[in-house]
Design a protein around this ligand. Sequence first.
Ligand code: PMV
Length: 331
Amino acid sequence: MTHTATFRVGSNIAFIKYWGVSDATLNIPLNNSISMTLADAHTTTTVAWDVDGRLSADSITLDGEELSPARARRIVDHLDRLRALAGVNYCAQVASWNNFPTASGIASSASGFAALTVAGCTALGLDWDTTRLSAIARRGSGSASRSLFGGFVEWNKGSRDEESVAHQIHPADHWDLRDIVAVVSAEEKKVSSANGHLLALTSPLVEARSIRVTGWLDEVREALAERDIARLGPIIELDALTMHSVMMTSQPSLLYWQPGTMAILHAVGRWRAEDGLPVYFTIDAGPNVHLICEADIAPEIESRLAQMSEVESVITSRPGPGPQRIDEHLS
Ligand code: PMV
């Protein structure tokens, strides 16, 4: 046994969002969330455990650059969780590579912590099922719990550590949707989602969202089952707008939008109303807008976005599989 493993894991885009925690230590969310795992935006991670004791500390590189101790902190904390679960104290050499730009509005923490979990556990020889890995990944980043599964995925909030896990609702080939990210700013966000989750409960609107989200989850499950974009779209827009209302009314306020964000929201409304294009938006913790549509109109949406002066770049992804083991290791 080499104590080394490499996995490629897709990021995901949530249709019903996770925002806010009831237990910050365990990352137990305020509500269930539903997402689509992405085929074309992924992280590849190699974890090599130093069983011979050559390293004096963990060594972590991201996209070829060694991370400073401050930037490596969350990853080292996660390696500590894996060490504690396995009852070992080896240092690790971690190399990770994203095929999409960081701060592009695609969640690198989702694919990153999912890949770190599955590669790290596999390299330790821990033969745990995907549900257990989902619970472990959740501790690194909540949305990572969903990237352990391919296709369309729901994370049950649960109330205990082992209950707060994701599962697949439909495989990736169930529905040929597209997530088209319109990048309006590639600047790194000032408040991380990890800190944002702690602020959610300070918003006077958080309770209103919690009450309604149960019904929206039912709607999204049904729209996915029926592959009904006209039913899915309005709910994902409502949920994203409500989550951003919670963010904006937190104390301190989190205002992630830029003028370009608003320009795209207006454009999407026009394309639907005036041109009959069934395209809908969702927005994560940043200014970039994810446009969701079926595959047949994706080229038209991409070319319209490319003509907008507010849009810096466009990244499109299809629904993707769960973690893929790779034989070649990153160094
Ligand atoms: O997993 P985190 O802590 O990066 O939080 C993700 C939060 C959102 O992307 C805004 C919503 C979601 O459910 O993915």
